[in-house]
Structures are given as structure tokens and as C-alpha cells.
Design a protein around this ligand. Sequence first.
Ligand code: F3S
Length: 283
Amino acid sequence: MEVVVAEHAGFCFGVTKAVDTVYEQISNKKTNIYTFGPIIHNEIVVSDLENKGVKVIEDVSDLKGVSEGTVIIRSHGVTKETHRALEETGLEIIDATCPFVKRIHRIVEEESEKGKSIIVVGSKSHPEVEGIVSYANGPVYVVESPEMAEKFSADRNADYTVVSQTTFNKNKFQETIEILHNYGYNINIVNTICNATDERQTEAEEIASRADVMIVIGGAHSSNSRKLYEICAARCDRTYFIQTLDDLKLEIPDGARLVGITAGASTPKNIIEEVQKHVRTNF
Ligand code: F3S
């Protein structure tokens, strides 16, 4: 039986940069290191950082009374208001927002300054989308799915610029913009799904369509991992979604020839290797 591990599995460039930033601060012997929200959606990494003294804050008010320290902004960024409030604390702020997310902030800011209305295709409650929305200076809408695009109702005489959450499913993004277009909205589309996601999703889809069993490793709260699971499950009936090897209750059907493994952007390499080794040695 063949085991194929996706080349584009695990940490993407933006997450690597953010996680490395925190470890660098620890090795620089900085004290009072905070991350604004968990640095990644991976409990193992977050608890390792906690053990090294890094604290996770959920709100600027959590810094009340703190006069010295470093706050690291994670890869999916924060809202414009939060950024300002963090700066005003007087603490050292290290912005590890992924450059691909920053690019969306810039597009939204510039386009809305030109008078365009903004449509963000993504999950409304995701911090990345909340951040993106905050950079609009005029009308801004979030469309979460093609189904929501069907019901979308706004000024048809306005000009819209459409961007996407970096980790959005590219097929669903395509469907969503086609629906908006068919309903007569004047849309200028900027596909801001990042390459890491695109490559990861395309490769996962290709492996899943050949695989008898597919394993997706990712954090339960990681939206890019869940989307990866959706894509694989649509191609391969036996798709498992696990966070670590302990979650894997693998059953391989008789005659299976290929097991595929992929992982979301917040999955460390060692977990992928453990799963791979387990499958290779036990089946
Ligand atoms: Fe950045 Fe893309 Fe990763 S936006 S954080 S490189 S998934």
C-alpha cells in the first residue's frame, strides 16, 4: 500500500514567520511576552509556548496595569482599531500579520477610498475577516457562501470590489462571484486566496481523488484545516479529520492501495511525520 504525504502540508510561510517570531522573543530572554489570541490554531504549540511563559490575551483590556512587555500580533492580523489600541498601550508591538493578509487590508482601504463598496468572501466571525472589514471606510459586506450570495441584496448601481479570506475554498469563491455577477452586481474581483492555500487545496484534492483513505491533520478550530477536510471528503468517502495521532482510529478497507495525508497550515511537521510513520508501520 502506498502512503502519499502532500508536499504542501503543514505550516505555511505566514504561520512559520509568526511562530518563529514568538520563539525568537523567548530566546532573546524577553519577559512578559503576549500573543494577541493563540499564535496558531494548534493546542500543542500553544501549550509549549505557555510553558515557556508566553501568555495569550484576547482583548487589549487584558493588558491593563501592564507597563512592560511585548505583544505579538498573529498571522491573520487584527482590526485597525485593535492595532491602534495596542500601539497606545506603550508596550512593544511586533506585528506578525502575514504579508498576504496585509495586502488585503491595503486593497480594501484603497478601494473603499476610491468610493467602491467592498464584499469580503469569508467567514464573518473569523478574526482575519474582522480585520479585513475594519479597513473599509465605506460600505462593506461579508458573504460567507454561495448560498448567501443567492440571498445577497444591496445597491445594484454601486461598484463593488470583491476580496476573499486568504483561506477560502477556491471553488466556492468562484461559485460565489459567479452568482454575484449573474445577479447583475458590478464587481471587480481580486482573488486574495493565498498561494499556500491554493497549492495546499489543489494538491489535497488531487491526492484525495486517487486515495482509498485520506487523513487530514489540523486543529479543530482551524478554518483552513476544516476547509481542507471538506475538499478531501468530497473526493474520498473515507476521509479522517484528526488533530494528533491519538485521534486516529484508522480502518483501512481490504484492497486499499493508497492512503493520502495532508495537513492544515497550523500543523507542525513532527505531527505529520508521526502520523505518516504510524500508517507506514501499522498497515
Ligand atoms: Fe499567510 Fe497564506 Fe499562511 S495568508 S498565514 S501564507 S495561509
